[in-house]
Design a protein around this ligand. Structure first.
Ligand SMILES: C[S@@+](CC[C@H](N)C(=O)[O-])C[C@H]1O[C@@H](n2cnc3c(N)ncnc32)[C@H](O)[C@@H]1O
Ligand code: SF4
Length: 454
């Protein structure tokens, strides 16, 4: 495995979208095209499963120095209500585009830290969203909770509002690693947050773990996974640490590349973690995720209904995903857009009755086909096409030639009308997707844009 790690450890996208954000054609994107694509997509989604809504709640009380998310650090909770009223204003601007009431089948509160907000204020937010929207039967409502500040009141209020899934950031249980990443979080806090959620009736509790963190060693991963298994969360995200210090203002600091485990050590951390999770009955879902057999993510994988979007893996494949809040990304299937990142700018645009999007991309036919292949690979570890059929494109023969070496390395099997990724090739799925990424191939980046694939 070691030589494969060395060979394939390159900078590469995580493919939460295709085209990936640095390859969006921002110059040809207009807000009016974006709005038209949203109207079309919501109309189509309303006929099917409904839409997804992502709401970005950016505040955190303290800065974890490993974190790559878009966040604002403050201890001033007076920021909550003005922010909520901006998010509701943004939602009203989307509603004004439509001549029908949207059906929400998936809603996720992400951050930052959604549980920074008081339960009362989160209730105001959710009531405001559903005032002019229908909730689909079996809608999946979920949020990210910080184990250090998710109270019983948060859990109860959100459960009564229809939330039945919560995921907690755990990362690593070793105190030295926690100190290095400025996130001291005792096991008891995760234990209480998990038990409280179960007692209240949440059907899915998730834990987020990371391997490859600064100063993290294999024994820390083993200890963390043991502690995690003891609490038996329904889902576990086991993320590869993304070190992206060049992203402006993300706060990754206090350590350097030298403090990170080597690519081989990092791979060994993943391998041992994966084995322990599988031995404990977890099933690997796509990339970075594990779930118990009973969890909907696993059922979706088995029935080939697994989907991937900016929120990660999901069991419902909604076509339209509207992202509200600073820096949120929306996906109408025909296009992507991203909101401004500054809260001041966000408010300013909303005060002018403008949807606060600052960049985006409209997909052409080639993008739509490649997007399907990349989704297939990321979700099902295989993809197929028919010669001259809907998913065929003229570069396929060249792609097959470029994948020959990966086949020789045992990472995939090439067929005349498709490819399938082998068990050995799964850790390299990002590299395999890169072979289909024509935009990346046509214009190689001059500087490092993406985290390393391993
Ligand atoms: C928005 S945060 C979680 C919610 C909450 N703020 C907390 O910290 O508990 C979502 C998750 O993204 C993951 N994450 C953040 N930065 C990362 C990075 N640079 N590489 C890999 N995973 C990262 C962490 O596992 C984190 O729990
Ligand atoms: S890990 Fe969570 S709490 Fe820490 S800075 Fe990132 S978003 Fe905030």
């Amino acid at each position: 495995m070691s030589s494969l790690v060395q060979k394939y450890n390159v900078a590469g996208p995580r493919y939460t979208s295709y085209p990936t954000v640095p390859y969006w054609e921002e110059n040809s994107f207009t807000k009016s095209d974006w709005e038209s694509s949203v109207i079309k997509s919501i109309k189509e989604s309303n006929q099917k499963e409904g839409i997804s809504l992502y709401i970005h709640l950016p505040f955190c009380e303290a800065m974890c120095t490993f974190c790559g998310c878009n966040k604002r650090i403050t201890v001033n909770h007076n920021v909550e209500l003005p922010y909520i009223s901006n998010v509701l204003k943004e939602w009203s601007l989307y509603l004004a585009l439509l001549d029908e009431t949207p059906i929400i089948s998936e809603l996720h509160l992400g951050g930052g830290t959604p549980t920074f907000f008081s339960p009362e204020n989160l209730q105001i937010l959710i009531d405001g969203i559903f005032k002019n929207a229908h909730k689909a039967k079996n809608a999946a409502l979920s949020y990210e909770g910080h184990p250090n500040n998710t109270t019983k009141e948060h859990l109860k209020t959100l459960f009564e509002l229809g939330f039945n899934r919560v995921s907690y950031g755990v990362q690593d249980y070793n105190l030295e690693v926690q100190k290095a990443i400025h996130r001291v979080q005792p096991f008891e806090n995760v234990l209480n947050a998990t038990l409280n959620a179960r007692e209240i009736g949440y059907t899915s509790v998730g834990h987020d773990l990371i391997y490859g963190l600064p100063f993290q060693k294999k024994e820390h991963v083993i200890h963390t996974i043991k502690q995690t298994i003891a609490l038996k969360p329904d889902r576990i995200a086991f993320y590869s640490y993304a070190f992206v210090p060049w992203i402006k203002g993300n706060g990754q600091r206090g350590f350097s590349q030298d403090n990170l485990p080597s690519p081989d050590e990092k791979r060994a951390q993943y391998e041992i973690g994966k084995k322990m999770l599988e031995d404990a009955g977890y099933i690997e879902i796509g990339m970075d995720h594990f779930a118990l057999a009973s969890d909907e993510l696993n059922i979706a994988m088995e029935t080939k209904k697994l989907h991937r979007n900016f929120m990660g893996y999901s069991s419902s494949s909604t076509q339209a995903m509207i992202g509200l809040g600073v820096s949120s990304i929306s996906d109408s299937w025909y296009g992507f857009s991203q909101n401004v990142k500054s809260i001041t700018e966000y408010k300013k645009l909303l005060d002018q009755d403008q949807i606060p999007v600052y960049r985006g991309h409209l997909l052409n036919n080639e993008d739509l086909i490649i997007r399907k292949h990349i989704l297939n690979l990321m979700c099902h570890f295989e993809t197929q096409w028919e010669k001259n059929g809907e998913l065929y494109f003229k570069e396929i023969p060249d792609i097959l030639i470029s994948l020959k070496e990966m086949e020789e390395d045992g990472l995939l099997i090439l067929e005349s009308n498709g490819i399938s990724v082998t068990e050995k090739g799964r850790p390299f799925v990002r590299n395999i997707c890169m072979a289909f990424d024509l935009r990346l191939k046509r214009k190689k980046p001059n500087t490092q844009l993406f985290s390393m694939t391993i």
